[in-house]
Design a protein around this ligand. Structure first.
Ligand SMILES: *[C@@H]1O[C@H](CO)[C@@H](O)[C@H](O)[C@H]1NC(C)=O
Ligand SMILES: *[C@@H]1O[C@H](CO)[C@@H](O)[C@H](O)[C@H]1NC(C)=O
Ligand SMILES: *[C@@H]1O[C@H](CO)[C@@H](O)[C@H](O)[C@H]1NC(C)=O
Ligand SMILES: *[C@@H]1O[C@H](CO)[C@@H](O)[C@H](O)[C@H]1NC(C)=O
Ligand SMILES: *[C@@H]1O[C@H](CO)[C@@H](O)[C@H](O)[C@H]1NC(C)=O
Length: 379
C-alpha cells in the first residue's frame, strides 16, 4: 500500500503534466494563429490601400489639388476660401480638414458649403508643437491619397489665405513635377538629438516650414513611413514653456532637449529618402516673422498676424513681388521657379485675421468680389 501511493501520485502528476502541456500548446497555437490572421489582415489591408493608391500614380483624367487644412477648431477664414473655390472647377480640387475629434463641418459650424462633411473620420487630439501634429498631417495625406485623382497636396493652416484666384494657383502647382518643401540645414540650433543616431544621421537632419506642397509620390513616402516617425515620437519633443507655478521643477524641465517635430519631420524624411533633388526647396506660403525682438528672445520668433490695416494692396503686392529667398545657413539663394520658368515665390500667406481676409476678398484677390453673396454668409 505504502508503495502504491507514490506510484499513483507519480502517475497522477504525469497525467496532469501532460494535460497541461497539451493545453498550453493548444493555447499557444490558437494565439499564434490569431496573431497570424490579424497580421495578414493588417498586411492585406496595407497592401490594398497601397494598391488603390498606386492606381493614382498613373492616373488619367483631370488631376486634382487636395487642399489639406490643419485646424485647431473651426476655419475662421472659410468665407474667403469659399469664394476661392467658387471660382474653381469642382473636378479640379478636393478638400480635407483635420480638426478637433467629433467636430462636424455643417451649416452650424462653417459659412462655406465646400467644407460640409469634409472633416476626417478619424481625427486625433493635437497638442500644438508635438508629434501628434505630424500624426494629424499624416492622416490628412492618407485620406487624400484614397482619391487617385489627387495629384498635388497642399497643407494649410486655418490662418492661411490664397493670394491668387484658383486657376492661377492650379496652373502654377500643376506645371511643376516637384514638391515645394522649405528645407535647409539646421546648423545653428541644436534641435537634433544624438539619440536619433544611427537611424537618423546628423547630416540628414533638416529644418523648414511645416506648410508644404507635395506631389503624390512624396505624399506616399510620408504616409508609408513608420521608422522615422517613430524616432521622432521618441526623441523629438517640445520643451514645455517656463511656468512660474512649477518653481524649481522648471530648471529640470528647461534642461530637456527641445525639438519641434513639425519643423523637421517631412524635411528630414525626404532627405533620408534621397528625394531632395525632386524638390523646390522653398515654401509656397509666405510668413512674416517678427524680428523686432531682442537677441535673447530670438528663439521665440513669432509670425506677425496681418490685420485689416496691413493687408492692403501695397502690402499684398510686396509679397507677390518676392522672387527669391535667401537661406542664411547654407548661403543659398533660391530663385523661385514654377517648373523651369522663373516665377513669383508665394501663392499663399499666413497668418491672416478675419479682417485681413475680408480685405483680400473685397479687393478681388481670389476672384470677382460679390458683395451680395457675402451678405448671405452672415458674417
Ligand atoms: C485669374 O487671375 C488671372 C490673373 O492672375 C486672370 O488672368 C484670370 O482671368 C483669372 N481667372 C479667373 C477664372 O478669374
Ligand atoms: C481644371 O482642370 C483642367 C484640366 O487640367 C484645366 O484645363 C482647367 O483650366 C482647370 N480649371 C480651373 C478653373 O483651373
Ligand atoms: C507656370 O508654368 C506654366 C507652364 O510651365 C505656365 O503656363 C504658367 O503661366 C506659369 N505660372 C506662373 C505663375 O508663372
Ligand atoms: C516642365 O518643363 C519641362 C522643360 O521645360 C517640360 O518639358 C515639361 O513639360 C514641363 N512640365 C510641365 C508639367 O509643364
Ligand atoms: C513684435 O514683437 C514685439 C516684442 O515681443 C512686440 O512688442 C510687437 O508688438 C511685435 N510686433 C508685431 C507687429 O506683432
Amino acid at each position: 500500500m505504502a508503495k502504491k501511493r507514490p506510484s499513483l501520485s507519480v502517475r497522477h502528476v504525469f497525467w496532469f503534466g501532460s494535460k497541461l502541456v497539451i493545453f498550453a500548446s493548444t493555447v499557444i497555437c490558437v494565439f499564434a494563429l490569431l496573431k497570424f490572421l490579424s497580421q495578414s489582415k493588417l498586411q492585406s489591408s496595407i497592401a490594398l490601400s497601397r494598391r488603390s493608391r498606386s492606381l493614382g500614380d498613373h492616373f488619367q483624367g483631370p488631376p486634382k489639388i487636395a487642399f489639406l487644412f490643419l485646424a485647431r477648431r473651426n476655419l475662421p477664414l472659410d468665407f474667403l476660401w469659399g469664394s476661392f473655390f467658387q471660382n474653381a472647377d469642382v473636378a479640379n480640387f478636393s478638400i480635407y480638414v483635420h480638426s478637433e475629434p467629433g467636430l462636424v463641418f455643417d451649416r452650424s459650424t462653417t459659412r462655406s458649403a465646400f467644407f460640409y462633411g469634409r472633416q476626417l473620420r478619424k481625427s486625433i487630439q493635437v497638442a500644438w508643437g508635438e508629434s501628434s501634429m505630424i500624426a494629424a498631417e499624416r492622416l490628412l495625406f492618407e485620406a487624400a491619397l484614397e482619391d487617385p485623382a489627387n495629384q498635388r497636396f497642399v497643407l494649410l493652416s486655418e490662418s492661411c489665405v490664397p493670394l491668387y484666384n484658383f486657376s492661377h494657383i492650379y496652373n502654377y502647382v500643376m506645371s511643376s513635377p516637384r514638391s515645394f518643401v522649405d528645407s535647409f540645414l539646421d546648423v545653428k540650433e541644436d534641435r537634433y538629438n544624438s539619440k536619433m543616431s544611427p537611424i537618423i544621421p546628423k547630416e540628414k537632419w533638416r529644418k523648414g516650414s511645416q506648410w508644404i506642397t507635395l506631389v503624390r509620390r512624396h505624399a506616399e513616402v510620408v504616409v508609408d513611413d513608420e521608422l522615422i516617425f517613430s524616432v521622432f515620437k521618441r526623441f523629438c519633443k517640445r520643451r514645455p514653456p517656463v511656468e512660474d507655478s512649477k518653481g524649481k521643477q522648471n530648471l529640470k524641465l528647461q534642461k530637456q532637449h527641445n525639438c519641434i517635430p513639425d519643423e523637421h519631420y517631412v524635411q528630414t524624411l525626404l532627405a533620408m529618402s534621397d528625394l531632395e533633388d525632386e524638390l523646390e526647396r522653398r515654401a509656397l506660403t509666405y510668413t512674416l516673422w517678427n524680428k523686432s525682438m531682442t537677441k535673447m528672445e530670438r528663439k521665440g520668433w513669432h509670425p506677425i498676424t496681418f490685420s485689416y490695416a496691413n493687408a492692403g494692396p501695397p502690402q499684398i503686392k510686396k509679397i507677390k513681388d518676392i522672387n527669391h529667398v535667401y537661406y542664411e545657413t547654407e548661403y543659398r539663394t533660391e530663385w523661385c521657379r514654377n517648373n523651369s520658368t522663373f516665377a513669383p515665390c508665394f501663392l499663399f500667406a499666413r497668418k491672416f485675421s478675419r479682417g485681413a481676409a475680408m480685405r483680400l476678398l473685397s479687393e478681388g484677390v481670389v476672384g470677382p468680389f460679390d458683395a451680395a453673396a457675402l451678405l448671405n454668409t452672415h458674417l
